[in-house]
Design a binder for this molecule. Structure first.
Ligand SMILES: Cc1cc2nc3c(=O)[nH]c(=O)nc-3n(C[C@H](O)[C@H](O)[C@H](O)COP(=O)(O)OP(=O)(O)OC[C@H]3O[C@@H](n4cnc5c(N)ncnc54)[C@H](O)[C@@H]3O)c2cc1C
Length: 361
């Protein structure tokens, strides 16, 4: 099954172009894209130029208004081809989604067209909102908002020109502010200091950094909008199932490797059947609005990706330890899916699964 099957006719030509690009250009160099920033940047830009960022935007705002089933399958296909590329596409989509939550805001009015066309690429930093003591804080002033603190995770350095930062206000509501994704100093003394790209084991070419924010003034024109205090909790609940697409895509590529191994037929059938059962379960739930057990489906998708990559590793042997090997990349991407977008319900469901497995021996 692919995104094309579910898409509105208006989106089909674009989805076809994206699929052709993924299979003919990205797939053959996916292991190099994982390691080389310039290759990842070129692929991201090419997808942007094709129009990938129009797919999720509502028709009323100039987009193609694809439904969640089409978008879930597109995420799967991206992750099946390249985890690093899928990750940065998701970052831009997330930032775009936040801007669309505030369509009357200055940022939406100024940038929406360019963001949809991929002419401006932006990252996002909001995962710190899940921490009890939030690292970044916003203070209203007569000139706008003053930001202070640290951002522990920000992907897209040297791929994207700006990012949306999320910071709680004194009344607990959340301010979303547009900031440059570059070291910067303001005339009034504000400083944005980015670390060097973190030496990551997975998706290093995404150039993920940490940032220190010292008295950064957000003027009114850079305010994306303000949301309610429970924004992160509501969002996490809505995204539980969406986050299952990438590990399911990762598993599909491990399955291709298992299928090619002459002495792993049993393993291949075992994982193919597990994938199909979980896929059917997830498909049956995509329109179901956020029941808590979606965390278990997400956890099952993550565990399946880890185990299928391990099976592919086993059948490949020592060469799978070469950084340039596809299995090596898949194993590291499965590790990424274990922690990215991690929230308390998913963490709990993952731990439960591990405890159950332990108990079954
Ligand atoms: C390569 C990479 C790139 C990333 N890029 C971005 C980015 O561009 N933008 C962005 O916003 N984020 C990004 N992230 C962050 C990512 O989405 C996750 O938020 C992060 O990996 C979770 O790990 P943590 O250590 O930050 O959180 P943790 O502190 O481990 O917390 C994760 C969740 O578990 C809960 N938790 C932790 N400890 C406990 C406990 N003892 N009991 C109960 N619950 C607990 C927390 O409340 C939270 O909900 C990136 C992460 C990685 C690895």
């Amino acid at each position: 099954m692919d995104a094309l099957v579910f898409a509105d006719p208006a989106a089909q030509p674009l989805l076809k172009d994206i699929q052709t690009y993924l299979t003919t250009v990205v797939a053959p160099i996916a292991n190099r894209i994982d390691q080389q920033r310039s290759l990842l940047s070129a692929s991201l830009q090419a997808l942007g130029n094709l129009g990938i960022f129009r797919l999720a935007v509502p028709k009323a705002m100039g987009g193609l208004g694809c439904d969640c089933r089409t978008l879930w399958h597109l995420s799967l296909q991206l992750a099946q081809t390249s985890g690093a590329l899928a990750f940065l596409v998701a970052q831009h989509q997330s930032a775009l989604g936040m801007i669309l939550e505030h369509p009357e805001g200055n940022v939406a009015q100024t940038y929406l067209g360019d963001l949809m066309k991929g002419q401006v690429l932006i990252g996002v930093s909001f995962s710190h909102l899940r921490h009890n003591s939030v690292d970044l804080q916003a203070q209203p002033t007569s000139e706008g908002y003053l930001l202070r603190g640290t951002l522990p995770w920000l992907s897209g350095f040297q791929h994207m020109t700006m990012f949306v930062a999320a910071a709680p206000l004194p009344d607990q509501r959340i301010l979303f502010a547009l900031m440059p994704l570059i070291n910067a100093q303001q005339a009034g003394g504000g400083i944005l200091h980015l670390s060097l790209p973190l030496p990551l084991a997975a998706v290093p070419s995404t150039q993920t950094v940490q940032a220190e924010v010292v008295n950064w003034l957000v003027p009114p024109e850079d305010v994306v909008g303000i949301s309610e205090a429970d924004w992160m909790i509501v969002r996490d609940r809505q995204q539980l199932l969406r986050g299952s697409a990438a590990p399911m895509g990762c598993t599909r590529t491990s399955l291709q490797i298992l299928a090619e191994s002459a002495d792993a037929k049993d393993l291949y059938h075992h994982f193919r059947d597990r994938w199909q059962r979980l896929y059917d379960q997830i498909q049956g739930e995509l329109e179901n609005i956020n029941p808590p057990y979606h965390a278990q489906l997400r956890a099952a998708a993550i565990h399946l990706a880890v185990q299928a990559a391990q099976a592919a590793l086993l059948t490949t042997g020592g060469s799978a330890l070469m950084l340039s090997h596809t299995v090596q990349r898949l194993y590291r991407e499965a590790m990424l899916y274990t922690v990215s977008g991690l929230n308390a319900p998913v963490r709990h469901a993952l731990m439960e699964d591990l405890l159950l497995e332990k108990g079954s021996h």
